[in-house]
Design a protein around this ligand. Sequence first.
Ligand SMILES: [Zn+2]
Ligand SMILES: [Zn+2]
Length: 303
Amino acid sequence: MKLVFLGTSGSTPTKERGLTSVALQFDGNVFLFDCPEGTQRQMMKSKTSYMKINHVFISHFHADHFLGLPGLLATMAIHGRTNDLNIFGPKGIEKKIKDLIKLSEFKLSFEIKAQEIKKGIIVKENNYSITAFPLKHEIECHGFVFKEKDKEGEFNRAKAEALKIPAGPLYSKLAEGKKIKFEGKTFSPEQVMDYSKARKGRKISIVFDTLANNSYLKQIEESDILVHESSFLEEKKARALETLHSYAKQVGALAEKAKVKKLYLIHLSPRIKEIERIENEARMEFAESFVAKDLDSIEIMQN
Ligand SMILES: [Zn+2]
Ligand SMILES: [Zn+2]
């Protein structure tokens, strides 16, 4: 599992930083969170394959978060993509995409499945799920949690063989925690599972534009990685409150409260020249705080 910061600037790009976008690589897939202008080149530079993107999440419709979408779709079409693409976004996402495509006059070679984000689980697969939660911003905006499924234990084949259970679908059922019947006898998962091998699935929370607040504390709790916007320093607190953005100290405090393992700050105001100040301010509240740079990538090891 790898997290790549494609861009880390808020509202406008700078010479050093592209607009905020995050890619998560997991199990051969790429999940793209926000797609501002410049995203494609950052993907190329970071060797993130856009052909492996099956899910795009758009947090909100401010220009610095989604205007790279038509370009990305056009590139996918030029390269002959045929797989469906799931795009999740705020209310009206389907029309927005249609308008963008119409505006840019290109033909899609694949189908787009646009879905409006509702609070709760929006993607659920065997080995992971993605949950959305509302943020506090000028317009409808969501944060996301990527959660790998917890592993309850490991199937012990030797034990199953000793019980003379034949290999095959019965093994899968036991591994899934179901009781089975074989030759008149009932077997329960406890007889074949090694629960000492249990481990928690990795949890990555990504919080875009918002005034940092407790309303989503539960959702981000105990994340292995929390990625959070931090547009300002505390000295611009009034501005943060007014524009519904966060400042570093507040985000650090939230990370501490949520007991996350590591915090990465993104969406920095282009006006802040001394980036260390943001990191230091967050670290006063939470030691494991880092300002993300463009193209930084983090391997997230299994727990
Ligand atoms: Zn923004
Ligand atoms: Zn915004």
